[in-house]
Design a protein around this ligand. Sequence first.
Ligand SMILES: [Zn+2]
Length: 319
Amino acid sequence: MDQSDVDKTLFSRIQGFFETDILLGKRVTVVGLGSGGSFAVVELARCGISHFNLIDYDILELHNVSRHVCGIRDVGRLKTDAVKDAILNINPQGDVSCFHANIVRDETVLHQTVRSSDIVLECTDSKHSKYRINQYCIRIWQEQGLKVPVIYGGAYERAFGGDIIRVIPGETPCYDCVLGAVQKLSFYDSMPQGKIDYSNIDKSGSFKAEPGLGLDVHFIALIQAKVGLLTLLRGSASKLEDIPYHFLMWGNRKEWIFKEPFKCIYANTEKREDCPTCGSGKDLLDQYGIDPKNVETEAEKLLQSLPKADLDVSKIYPV
Ligand SMILES: [Zn+2]
């Protein structure tokens, strides 16, 4: 196939909604390339985005295939490498950097990726990861004025639904603010929760195998990718209208607060002045005497003060 034909034709079917040139220089960092993240990033490549940072520490296994964008030929490969090939299969001119890393343990990769990104998609099922990215992005905004929006996506139990949170530093409440507000809602405690099988928790605190249809996870991933695209197109002459909300709940099934299948509920929450991440952290100071600025040091001190248990870690996490 001639390269000039590829360049001319590749995105011809999406011209008219927005000038694809707007996306040419945009860089997207995706954290977590499981069933949701892999699907979301490939859809963004189909929209004309070429520059990606992919972060994941996992290998594609056979049981992943029924929900993942990559197939059986990729089993045994790093998810980053497999998804990179899936992107290049759509856009051979793509510029994709892979980071085989766990950002919960290694923040250096955030320095290498997030700062130069126009947007981040957080697609892991790890609360640790989500909080870490939130803290990092709020910090670089407060200290250096670097505004990097993050779209957080997550599925509920067995993917009966999920939610998407958009954080734009300086404009919206942070992830910590939103989650704190949502958890105080009267209906939140009645969310269906299955019995937790702790043998399914991996080293990062994530669940290894929450069952659920790929179809259901992909609905949530598609909304996350679309919110990401709308955020990148803000301020341009796009015909795709942005949504005036930063919190969306999607229901795949008639369950919990979703009265029918395929329901979307939108909301905006307020910035919390006592937010430990972006606010004064008043609660921490009042209740525990911990200065939010020193929370990591205080946590480390607390850990050091705990009695040492005689544990053989290799028996808990088989190598
Ligand atoms: Zn906050």
